[in-house]
Design a binder for this molecule. Structure first.
Ligand SMILES: NC(=O)c1ccc[n+]([C@@H]2O[C@H](COP(=O)([O-])OP(=O)(O)OC[C@H]3O[C@@H](n4cnc5c(N)ncnc54)[C@H](OP(=O)(O)O)[C@@H]3O)[C@@H](O)[C@H]2O)c1
Length: 336
């Protein structure tokens, strides 16, 4: 059956848009990530539902990478199919990103941060998605064995060749970010975004990175804001059959990592209930309280999760007492 998709005319009514740092590019405060649930093991019909629901609710930022699958490359290929079948007329309303930096193909040229890898990988990504350009291209992780100048020049070239409008980095430390920012500034490259992990269970960016980003005028778009589901009601009463922690194709979240966090999540959930929010909504609002954070990239296995997450925007403020209470609960945590 052919589905004709027509975007909701009210899609921009309730979403919040924030500039990435001092750049002119605004992104939706909630973004959709393609790391899980967009590979070849998820029915395309469910993927479509997620993409359409996201876009209908004002999500404009779609976060991909060369290696998202399974198999690596599958998420870009599937997104490309959905895009070409239904979304081409909305291209100028979308911010689409890709990344390279993790293992993508065998041999010495399919990984890390060399000029050879980054340029070849983005060419492959564009082909898989059927796009002329991405809005943002990220270097996915720092490479200790490639001079940062080389990576910076490759990112710069990618923009000059018209294959990306802006560039970003991901998983770089505060010091590495400072160095990369200086190099890209010299080259005149539009470096506007950093993508680090940030959530209540992992607050490393507060130790220097947010200061660097504010100084450099670079925005943060943070990943795993819900700690892969541990900061939602998903695991409050155990580990459901159909959850990420129980799936064999998600090696980065095991039952062993979930169990020690259940008690903390239950306590945080009480704070969320007092605020009139779900735990997921409070966790996202808590991330967005940071000035440096422009957007949170959520994953979702079903549209009800996206709908829940977007409601976070209805209540972003925290009282000092609520923040202190959350800190107290997190400081008591023994799960790290
Ligand atoms: N740059 C990097 O190195 C990097 C690394 C990782 C991720 N990322 C990006 O960040 C994106 C998000 O990462 P993530 O998937 O780990 O994010 P996340 O939002 O922390 O976790 C997503 C998972 O949480 C559960 N969930 C989400 N909303 C829920 C809700 N309202 N209620 C109950 N459960 C809910 C779902 O689990 P179930 O599947 O169990 O339903 C969902 O798959 C990725 O897709 C990717 O684009 C980037």
């Amino acid at each position: 059956m052919i589905i004709v998709y027509q975007a909701d005319e009210h899609r921009y009514d309730t979403m919040l848009y924030r500039n990435l740092g001092t750049s002119g590019l605004k992104v939706s405060a909630i973004a959709l990530g393609f790391w899980h649930n967009f590979g070849d093991t998820t029915p395309l019909s469910n993927q479509k539902k997620l993409v359409f629901d996201a876009f209908d609710r004002g999500i404009t930022y779609f976060d991909l990478a060369n290696n998202y699958g399974p198999e690596p490359g599958a998420a870009e290929k599937n997104f490309g199919k959905i895009f070409h079948d239904h979304l081409t007329s909305y291209r100028d309303e979308m911010v689409i990103s890709s990344k390279a930096g993790y293992t993508m193909w065998p041999g010495p040229y399919g990984d890390w941060g060399s000029r050879k890898y980054l340029i070849a990988s983005l060419d492959q990504s564009l082909k898989r998605m059927g796009l002329d350009y991405v809005d943002i291209f990220y270097h996915h992780r720092p490479d200790p064995n490639t001079p940062m100048e080389e990576t910076a020049r490759a990112l710069d070239q990618i923009v000059r060749d018209g294959k990306a409008l802006y560039v970003g980095i991901s998983n770089y430390s505060a010091d590495q970010t400072k160095q990369m920012a200086a190099l890209l500034k010299d080259l005149g490259t539009p470096f506007i975004v950093h993508q680090p992990r940030y959530n209540m269970f992992d607050r490393w960016i507060e130790d220097g990175l947010t200061d660097v980003l504010e100084d450099e005028g670079v925005g943060a778009v943070v990943f795993s804001p819900l700690a892969q589901g541990r900061l939602t009601d998903r695991y409050l009463h155990g580990i459901p059959e159909d959850s990420r922690a129980n799936r064999s194709d998600s090696p980065f979240l095991s039952k062993d990592r979930v169990e020690p966090t259940i008690r903390i999540a239950q306590q945080l959930n009480e704070v969320a209930q007092q605020r009139g929010q779900s735990l997921a909504q409070m966790a996202l609002a808590w991330n967005l309280r940071q000035k440096a954070v422009s957007s949170v990239i959520v994953g979702a296995s079903r549209t009800a999760q996206l709908d829940d997450n977007i409601q976070a925007l209805q209540h972003l403020d925290f009282t000092a007492a609520e923040l202190a209470n959350i800190d107290r609960i997190l400081n008591g945590a023994e799960f790290k």
